[in-house]
Design a protein around this ligand. Structure first.
Ligand code: AMP
Length: 477
């Protein structure tokens, strides 16, 4: 998964982009990059790791101009190398262009083989580079027309930002799978246009959220102002529900709905669908797996009337390398991040709430840790349906075989985790809750307006691997 941020019309564009990316850091921690434009040239700085670590005053000083786009990356297509870091910036016959992409193209392998057969030389293994080559190959003159031309060939999910020396272009795929929003930043009497994956980036820089970029919309910002184009045939909307469940930050709003409110609504519905078995309520507690499960657990606690407590304490200082003691410590890895809070757990019936289960390995350790801290019973409640299908649209999920829910029933998962009971939210419960919050904000979506392929296996766009790539995968390369 990734995050994108762009700004046009502020003399400190790169500094503001840095702050915007910092607010989007949860969307990708693997690499970060900013490209600015000044004097007809693009200026590029890309690093592995976190925004804060890779950009200081020295690096930002190399990024002049009043326009910039930035990217934080969490690899989904292409490995973890600096050459896959974004924004991609290239010089071609008609000038220079930089591209920052959130999402995943489902037909990029086919497109890449076609382009390579015609002589294109790729520098990275990322799907995003395909877009750059398609733009270069377009016969249109103006950059926005070339971009539209290129994007008519790609399938899948994209929220994109592009920068040339003259304009910034923002595009959201016709199904609107990934979020993208438009804002305005006014400083010293000058107004800049800003675009970000999530509105939380606007809060940090003091910008105002104007609206979401519409599915299939292309926004072009240049010296003349902002214009909205519709270069694609309309398609049914398919907003990714996992953004609401886990990915987006709770202080963001997506298409009018507060992510925090959605998560609380999911927790309430989960409490209705899977209440605790009848028993002594006086010694029951609801605890989240922090941070992701916190708003869901608040909703569950409110609806069930059971007290919300912090039974697991999260360390915010988990870095990369740790020296393990020579003698094994139980649950060492998970303990680095989460510590059991015995004062809350001892002797209690514990309802532990998380947003989702992927492989089940962390969840299993958490259940054991809660028991070892003295819990009498452990009841697992998950605020989304079983994740049984990989995402081809930009969320980093393992293969189907690694997803525990693809090969185990809910009861089997409960046994594997060592839980007394387990309950997952239903797909109807998830869709109804999102619609309920969207409705309060003004406009509920139609029930079929979402992508829930990771839960249902109903993919809105088919994944189209090329025969060569499929062959290589079978060989394990
Ligand atoms: P596990 O116990 O290994 O299945 O891990 C479950 C945890 O992974 C949950 O706490 C989720 O919040 C978190 N999670 C879900 N999806 C992702 C993702 N795509 N990347 C990283 N973490 C995730």
């Amino acid at each position: 998964m990734c995050g994108v941020f762009g700004i046009f019309g502020d003399p400190e564009a790169a500094n503001i982009a840095y702050l915007g990316l910092h607010a989007l850091q949860h969307r990708g921690q693997e690499s970060a990059g900013i490209v600015s434009a000044e004097g007809g040239r693009l200026h590029v700085h890309r690093v592995m790791g976190l925004v804060q670590a890779g950009f200081g005053p020295k690096e930002l000083a190399t990024l002049p101009g009043d326009r910039a786009i930035g990217h934080v990356r969490y690899s989904t297509a292409g490995g973890s190398h600096l050459r896959n870091a974004q924004p991609f910036a290239v010089d071609y016959a008609r000038g220079s262009i930089a591209v920052a992409h959130n999402g995943n193209l489902t037909n990029h392998e086919l497109l890449r083989e076609r382009l390579e057969a015609k002589g294109s030389i790729f520098q990275s293994s990322s799907d995003t580079e395909t877009i750059v080559h398609l733009i270069a190959a377009s016969t249109q003159r103006a950059a926005p027309d070339r971009v539209a031309d290129a994007l008519r060939e790609v399938e899948g999910a994209y929220s994109l930002l592009l920068l040339t020396s003259d304009e910034m272009v923002a595009v959201r795929d016709p199904m609107g799978i990934r979020p993208l929003c438009l804002g305005r930043l006014t400083r010293d009497g000058r107004t800049a246009h800003v675009v970000a994956s999530e509105a939380t980036a606007f809060s940090l820089i003091g910008a105002e959220l104007v609206r979401d970029v519409e599915p299939g919309e292309m926004i072009v910002v240049d010296e003349g102002g902002l214009r909205s184009l519709r270069p694609f045939a309309p398609q049914p909307r398919r907003l990714c529900l996992f953004e609401h469940v886990y990915f987006a930050r709770p202080d963001s709003t997506i298409e009018g709905a507060s992510v925090y409110d959605v998560r609380r609504a999911l927790g309430r519905r989960l409490a209705d669908e899977h209440p605790l078995p009848v028993g002594d309520a006086s010694d029951s507690v609801v605890i989240p797996v922090p941070d992701s499960g916190v708003p869901h657990a608040i909703g569950f606690s409110g609806r069930s009337g059971l007290p919300f407590e912090m039974g697991l304490i999260r360390s915010h200082y988990v870095g990369r390398t740790f020296i393990e003691p020579q003698q094994a410590i139980r649950h060492f890895g998970v303990r680095l991040k989460l510590a059991p809070n015995r004062a809350v757990l001892e002797g209690k019936r514990v309802v532990v709430i998380d947003d989702s289960i992927v492989r089940g390995t962390t969840s299993r350790k958490i259940v054991r840790m809660i028991r070892e801290a003295g819990a009498r019973e452990v009841h697992v409640r998950i605020a989304s349906p079983p994740t049984a299908w990989p995402c081809y649209y930009g969320i980093d999920t393992p293969t189907r075989a690694e997803l525990i829910a693809s090969s185990h029933t809910v009861a089997e998962i409960g046994r594997y985790l060592g839980a007394d009971t387990i309950g997952y939210l239903t797909l109807d419960g998830l869709v109804d809750s999102v619609r309920e919050v969207e409705g309060r904000a003004g406009a509920p979506g139609a029930p079929d307006r979402y992508c829930h392929a990771c839960f249902s296996g109903q993919y809105p766009v088919a994944f189209a691997p090329s025969p060569r790539a499929r062959h290589l995968r079978l060989l394990g390369s």
